[in-house]
Design a protein around this ligand. Structure first.
Ligand SMILES: Cc1cc2nc3c(=O)[nH]c(=O)nc-3n(C[C@H](O)[C@H](O)[C@H](O)COP(=O)(O)OP(=O)(O)OC[C@H]3O[C@@H](n4cnc5c(N)ncnc54)[C@H](O)[C@@H]3O)c2cc1C
Ligand code: SF4
Ligand code: SF4
Length: 375
């Protein structure tokens, strides 16, 4: 009998993701083999590969993402399309000043939790995002004292998973990572043991997801910004929550630049417009900026290990945690639901959901849930 060709390798990643403009440079296909390279915001294929079933396909968050399977395997329940995903609790939080010299993006929850997780041995190391000028540079940190150097948001799409793949190759088995929802999705696909290896070990000890509405394409952002400010002198970049509608760039010499978001949205990769996840639904815990309170974070606890970490950090004085006001929760649900609906409609219109095995889908989702979400 003729053996079935799976066709779940580089050729499909090229046709369905890279050539289709869906790639958001997460880095999950990098550092697995010599054939892919990430260079200054571009994911490139250096040589063709004809392997029938590859890790690039298996880990890519833009092809064959089975939401039902992920939800069942990670949370033990069906994917129901709720706006924030599977949650144990939704809270507000803020780092305390126990961590000296911290200059976080908002409340510093992510840095405080990663610092605490490393210090207490919850994880052996963490993949964080550093920056050289405007270029996001993933960085593996093994010492809690190095966490703060990587704080703050780099609003450009970034190859975090390339560094995770390197850490796995280096033998780490209990890795922490911070990522945007698409980066977290590739991590979640990795955790499924998609190639059914007998010696598989889930390499993640903690996944902290960031909220994300869209990211910026570094290849467009750098030439755009370089005309306005010396990029080596940038101290911080911020996108304050609505209704501000601006991106702010703060210079080391006190300079402040404000750019309307209407100009920045032109620099967003096409892949973001299909994205259905605002809050990193497949993480252990998710963190965003609290609307109306730029010094605080929204914090979603999803798993038992995240709950232990958060309340441990609170008890030992690293984190302040409080209830989330009802009106903030309602608005968060609305915003996340709106992103999900828009992404699903666009992907549906282009035949990218529940497609045939031959053409491959971007997303697989139960039809009754899909119908409910786009009704
Ligand atoms: C592209 C992008 C879009 C975002 N959009 C929203 C949004 O729409 N709404 C919202 O509420 N919040 C959004 N955020 C999250 C928000 O900006 C803060 O990162 C988050 O609230 C955590 O705040 P903090 O004070 O705890 O961060 P910090 O303590 O300063 O820590 C930030 C952490 O994020 C990591 N990081 C930074 N940039 C990246 C990146 N590109 N990829 C992976 N890791 C990174 C850093 O290494 C650091 O560990 C976005 C973040 C990014 C990177
Ligand atoms: S989305 Fe990630 S895994 Fe998929 S092609 Fe782009 S960089 Fe590679
Ligand atoms: S909008 Fe989605 S695809 Fe785009 S960077 Fe954010 S998580 Fe990734």
């Amino acid at each position: 009998m003729e053996e079935k060709v799976l066709n779940r390798g580089q050729q499909k990643v090229r046709s369905n993701v890279l050539d289709a403009g869906l790639c958001t440079g997460c880095g999950a296909c990098i550092n697995l083999c010599p054939y892919y390279q990430s260079y200054r915001g571009k994911t490139a294929v250096l040589f063709p590969c004809t392997i029938d079933e590859g890790r690039c396909f298996a880990y890519c968050p833009k092809i064959e993402v089975d939401l039902e399977e992920l939800s069942q395997r990670l949370f033990g329940k069906p994917y129901d399309g709720s706006p924030l995903g599977s949650c144990q609790s939704v809270l507000m939080s803020k780092a305390t000043d126990i961590i000296k010299g911290s200059k976080p993006q908002a409340g510093g929850t992510v840095s405080a939790l990663m610092y605490y997780a490393l210090k207490k041995g919850f994880i052996d190391g963490a993949v964080l995002m550093d920056r050289q000028g405007l270029l996001p540079v993933p960085h593996f940190v093994g010492d809690a004292n190095d966490v703060l150097a990587c704080s703050q948001s780099k609003y450009t799409a970034a190859p975090a998973l390339a560094e995770v793949n390197q850490a796995v190759k280096d033998g780490y088995k209990n890795i922490g990572m911070v990522g945007t929802p698409c980066q977290v999705l590739s991590a979640a696909k990795m955790r499924m043991n998609p190639l059914m290896k007998e010696d598989f070990i889930d390499p993640f000890g903690l996944i902290i997801g960031l909220f994300c509405t869209w990211a910026i394409d570094y290849r467009l952002f750098e030439p755009f910004v370089i005309k306005k400010i010396d990029i080596d002198q940038i101290e911080k970049i911020d996108i304050p929550p609505p209704p501000a509608e601006i991106l702010q760039i703060f210079g080391k010499n006190g300079e402040k630049l404000e750019i309307p978001l209407s100009e920045i949205r032109e620099l967003v990769p096409k892949g973001c417009s299909y994205c259905v996840d605002m809050t990193s639904e497949f993480s252990d815990l998710s963190v965003g900026v609290m609307e109306g309170r730029p010094d605080m974070n929204t914090l979603i606890i999803r798993t038992d290990r995240a709950r232990r970490l958060v309340y441990g950090a609170q008890e030992e004085g690293y984190l302040q945690v409080s209830e989330m006001p009802e009106e903030n929760l309602e608005h968060l649900m609305w915003a996340a639901g709106n992103k999900k609906r828009k992404g699903l409609i666009k992907a549906c219109d282009e035949g990218l959901i529940n497609a045939t095995e031959e053409t491959n889908s971007y997303l697989k989702i139960r039809q009754d849930i899909l119908n409910k979400l786009i009704a």
